[in-house]
Design a protein around this ligand. Structure first.
Ligand SMILES: [Fe+2]
Length: 305
């Protein structure tokens, strides 16, 4: 079956490009590369030409995400499958693919109006090894797991969202069903995967922005500790304290970026299990730092991914 294989890239709209450039390099450790206009930058975290496009457009939100398919045959088959399902999908021009540094790209929206791109053939630069923006013990873990994962807003409902991303070939389910005192229904968070990474996209966290958080995984535990120290030294607000998730078993913490949504940095995730199960809370830790999260976004429950 034709299916997407990884989260290849994301586009982020920002208000303060200079602040983001410093944050990406000095806090997170990403490599900053000149963009195609003075108001844009590419961010690298492996040998791909880029994994993130920053554009100074004032939105401080997710602009689009790029999901990969294996090759040209899968790209054509995915286009036909989406069209036959009645989804509005548009094949990109050569110039649009060139701007993304991929061979071919098509664009569409998910049921909640999040702009998606499906592509094949990213520009990979083995001649240009990743050069971190600050010291690191190891490297970012990408490989067949893609650049990481993100939690997005959904307004179409979890059922419709699940049906749409299932059509793209993802699998997943509600993985946190959290009892809320005095409310008749528990609070649900849904996670979907398309490769060895436990989840590539997730839904359910409250918030006004399209994106709640973007996660990068380290291949070395000490990079989580070093990053936490750098975040604290630079007085970057921590949104969710260090802890271990019940679903992907990742040890991680979350902090605010200059656009007032969160970056999660973690280590030690297990591979996707391919069978559904749910949790009511995390293994340990991950306390929401209410003064930070409430001030900038919306309340996030303790076990929120
Ligand atoms: Fe996460």
């Amino acid at each position: 079956m034709t299916h997407v294989t990884e989260l290849g890239y994301v586009g982020l709209g920002v208000k303060d490009l200079a602040a983001w450039e410093r944050f990406a390099a000095e806090i997170v450790g990403l490599e900053v590369v000149a963009g195609e206009t003075p108001a844009s930058r590419f961010l690298r975290l492996d040998t791909w030409h880029h994994r993130i496009i920053l554009e100074e457009d004032g939105t401080d939100d997710l602009s689009f995400l790029g999901l990969r398919v294996a090759g040209v045959l899968e790209f054509r088959a995915m286009h036909d499958k989406l069209r036959d399902a009645g989804i509005a999908v548009r094949m990109g021009h050569f110039e649009e693919a060139a701007a993304r540094h991929v061979l071919e790209v098509m664009s569409l929206e998910d049921p909640s109006g999040i702009p998606l791109e499906i592509f094949h053939g990213p520009h990979v630069q083995p001649d240009k090894p990743f050069y971190p923006g600050r010291r690191m013990h190891g490297r970012f873990k990408t490989g067949d797991g893609g650049l990481g994962h993100l939690m997005m807003r959904q307004t179409a409902g979890l059922e419709a969202t699940h049906a749409f991303y299932s059509l793209l070939g993802m699998r997943g389910s509600i993985e946190y069903r959290i009892p809320v005192p005095n409310l008749p229904r528990p609070f649900d968070l849904m996670f979907m995967h398309c490769n060895s990474r436990d989840h590539t996209i997730a839904f359910g966290a409250p918030g006004k922005k399209r994106i709640n958080h973007l996660m990068f995984e380290f291949d070395c535990f000490d990079d989580v500790g070093l990053s936490h120290e750098i975040v604290q030294r630079n007085k970057v607000p921590v949104g969710i304290a260090p802890g271990r998730h019940a679903n992907d078993e990742m040890y991680s913490f979350y902090f605010m970026n200059p656009s007032n949504w969160m970056i999660e940095l973690g280590w030690g995730a297990r591979p996707a299990t391919h069978q559904s199960e749910y949790y009511q809370r995390d293994t340990y830790g991950h306390e929401a730092q209410s003064g930070v999260v409430n001030a900038n976004m919306e309340p996030v429950t303790k076990a929120a991914e």
